[in-house]
Design a protein around this ligand. Structure first.
Ligand code: IMP
Length: 423
């Protein structure tokens, strides 16, 4: 079985917990895109772990974890994460593998990401500053450094010289910034190049062999559908294909081999960084969601923008990802809100939009058309059976299910592994 888990909003849907939950039945967990911009949180025995690069499945001592070719890998961040996990008793010896053809984030990618976003001025994207877009840009510009190049001293030196020639031109002539020295980067990365070697593998070959043997693979997506470079709210997106299709190109698995696709959806909507967000709340309800849901970025600590559930985008996400099911997270956060709204369409310039528009002008300026549902006041965080949920909570779930046209099979009611209602 190959199961893909994908975010269906703007990221931060709670994928970390769901991947951890689903990983129980898996042999291998493989990340297929994004990089250290992700922040997947898992709470295990009251301890909180935040993963940026390493798949969340690593907490199970018997699972193999893969960082796929679609990921951009910052070695500094990788080894920080490895050390943090090892200090907390998680050993990944012999079970964490990195694709030879994943691209490496180097110091100039991070510097340029931050400078470029500042230079965009009013049009800033609010990137995470982790060098994600700049690493992918080099990949597509064919001046990137793959992991397999990184670990071969002479090849790395050659590639670094070419890349820095271009980057230093930008630093000097355009950004009026200090230039970077080839030797310094070469030397500073030496320790990582040595340490990473034993984890590097042709993971595509490995994954395809394991699939043929009947092993269970979970392909872990980062960010969410509306941060996807092609289908998201461009240009306010990340630089990779976070949709389910990204699992094929980001791991080297044929679409024919994908057997199941799970979408993770939060019971309300959040977004970090800039960009349109029709159901955003700038009032007390938004403040309530931020505080009750602890909506602060796991990677940057930035407060997340909060708003009502948007069924229009989730229906689109169900369609382009080909979802078999939705897992809904954070239903407990809505407890105590008297009237809960759900967007069912948008209005712009006298026109009604029932589908997600690619036109940024429409999506940025439209008004959400809402349905209003009654809330509930009971604490639901310890409920495990669907029938025991308050009637209004069930009504909320079922109405959303009708609107997004895909079954909601699991509902998460808290951050720990056990806080899950299976329908
Ligand atoms: P980048 O991925 O750092 O280039 O940032 C581009 C946009 O994606 C910014 O608005 C970020 O806040 C957003 N973003 C990137 N990664 C995540 C994530 O894991 N969760 C939520 N938003 C993200």
């Amino acid at each position: 079985m190959v199961k893909v888990v994908v975010g269906t909003q703007w990221g931060d849907e709670g994928k970390g917990k769901i991947i951890d939950f689903l990983a129980q039945d898996m042999d291998i967990v493989a990340r297929y895109q994004g990089g250290g911009n992700a922040g997947h949180t898992v709470v295990l025995e009251d301890k909180k772990y935040v993963f940026h690069l390493i798949p969340s499945g690593i907490l199970y001592p018997d699972k193999i974890c893969i960082i796929g070719n679609g990921v951009v890998l910052d070695p500094v961040s990788l080894f920080e994460e490895i050390e943090y996990l090892e200090k907390n008793g998680v050993s990944m010896e012999g079970r964490l593998f990195i694709a030879e053809n994943a691209h490496v984030t180097l110091p100039y990618h991070k510097i340029l990401d931050q400078i470029e976003d500042k230079f965009r001025g009013k049009g800033a994207l609010g990137t995470t500053g982790r060098g994600i877009g700049t690493t992918y840009a080099d990949k597509f510009n064919r001046i990137g450094v793959r992991v397999i190049d990184f670990i071969e001293d002479d090849i790395f030196m050659e590639k670094l010289k070419i890349a820095l020639k271009l980057k230093n031109y930008l630093f000097r002539e355009y950004y009026k910034e200090e230039m970077l020295a080839v030797d310094k980067i070469y030397k500073e990365t030496e320790i990582y190049r040595q340490r990473i070697k034993k984890m590097v593998k042709n993971v595509t070959l490995y994954l395809n062999e394991e699939i043929d043997k009947g092993k269970n693979i979970l392909a872990e997506g980062a960010q969410g559908t509306f941060l996807d470079i092609d289908f998201g709210t461009y240009p306010y997106v990340t630089a990779s294909n976070s949709i389910a299709g990204g699992a094929c190109t980001g791991l080297g698995i044929s679409p024919k081999k994908i057997t199941h696709i799970t979408g993770v959806v939060k019971s309300y909507t959040t977004r970090v960084g800039m960009g349109p967000f029709p159901t955003e709340l700038k009032d007390d309800d938004g403040e309530f969601l931020r505080s009750a849901g602890n909506e602060y970025g796991a990677t940057t600590g930035r407060p997340r923008r909060c708003g009502w559930f948007d069924a229009v985008i989730s229906r689109f996400a169900a369609s382009i990802n080909g979802l078999d099911e939705f897992v809904m997270t954070k239903l407990d956060v809505l407890t105590g809100i008297k009237k809960i709204k759900v967007a069912v369409a948008y209005k712009f310039d006298g026109e009604l939009y029932k589908n997600y528009p690619f036109n940024t002008k429409v999506f940025s300026n439209c008004e959400a058309v809402y349905e209003e549902l009654d809330g509930w006041s009971e604490d639901i965080s310890s409920i495990r059976e669907y029938n025991k949920l308050p009637d209004n909570a069930k009504r909320y779930v079922e109405r959303i299910e009708e609107l997004i046209e895909v079954p909601i099979t699991k509902i998460s009611t808290g951050s720990s592994r056990e806080q899950m209602v299976i329908r």
